[in-house]
Design a protein around this ligand. Sequence first.
Ligand code: NDP
Ligand code: MG
Ligand code: MG
Length: 330
Amino acid sequence: MVEKYFDADADMSVLAGKKIAVVGYGSQGRGQALNLKDSGLDVIIGVRPGRSWEAAIKDGFEVYQVADAAKMADIIQVLLPDEDQAAIYQASIRQGLSAGKTLMFSHGFNIHYGQIVPPPDVNVVMVAPKGPGHMVRRMYEEGKGVPALIAIEQDASGQAKAVALAYAKGIGATRAAVFETSFKEETETDLFGEQAVLCGGCTALVRAGFETLVANGYAPEMAYLEVLHELKLIVDLIYEGGFTKMRDSISNTAQYGDLTRGPRVIGPESYAAMQEILEEIQDGRFAKEWILENMTRRPVFTALTRADEEHEIEEVGAEIRALMPQFQKK
Ligand code: NDP
Ligand code: MG
Ligand code: MG
């Protein structure tokens, strides 16, 4: 079983007198930094001049260039885009590290695939919230927390885990639960989840259902409402109480169709594809592909994103949402 930690397991005193640099002030950077500050910790922001810089100033932080923040801080939480972390680490973070400091991440990609190789005398840890930055912030403000993963890659000071747990408490994660993992497990499961299920699997499933209905002459509006709009209602039930709660709320007809037809949609071919996708993650093929894609300014990413933005489901979806007050921006 995975080790779990809660508020009582984390001692914030290991962070007393320590300075934390949150590097990057985007989704995770903003959420984590504001929570740490409200937990009474000494937080500075490292970022480049621009939108994020201005946002951090507006939120009341001391803001520095990344290299300066890395030099000043004892704990450096790297919340930059994963594909930019290695270059920024080399240019601006590496020389700010010294013995006993803690280098922290919220995703293991760059450490696990060897894009960042920290010196042996620093702690290398992960505190990875299992939710987007605005949820990390909102739940904290509500007195709750988003669960998080911790992992220890290098324990140079003997305090790496205590620091990771205290940081997790600072962002509110121990109010929910903190699970211990490794950089390898977090990286591989995170990539697999987003590719096969959460993002890739989900959009492909919805798109296929929409296209099948439309190809058979059903109105695109009907197809949209059925396979996309209603998805949230079903997912909310699964989130709250698993498949059982969802099946308690749907009709018996829906439940029978679910049990007997679902496995035909996600059958042996899908299991084989999932296995192959997982192996590409495990042996580094996906990482290499994504690193090269970034080095060539993302031609595949750009073309495929544009094609999906122009899909009929996006067009009809925008029209339908415009009719409903719940989707209007306040
Ligand atoms: P974002 O893209 O939201 O934010 C990135 C930040 O990095 C921005 O503030 C950006 O500033 C800054 N930045 C980019 N390039 C530079 C540069 N050259 N120099 C200085 N600052 C720069 O990232 P996320 O918060 O989504 O992701 C951060 C980390 O958190 C990643 O490791 C990700 O995997 C992980 N994570 C993300 C989750 C999420 O839900 N988003 C969930 C869990 C983990 P600027 O405005 O100037 O571009
Ligand atoms: Mg991810
Ligand atoms: Mg229905």
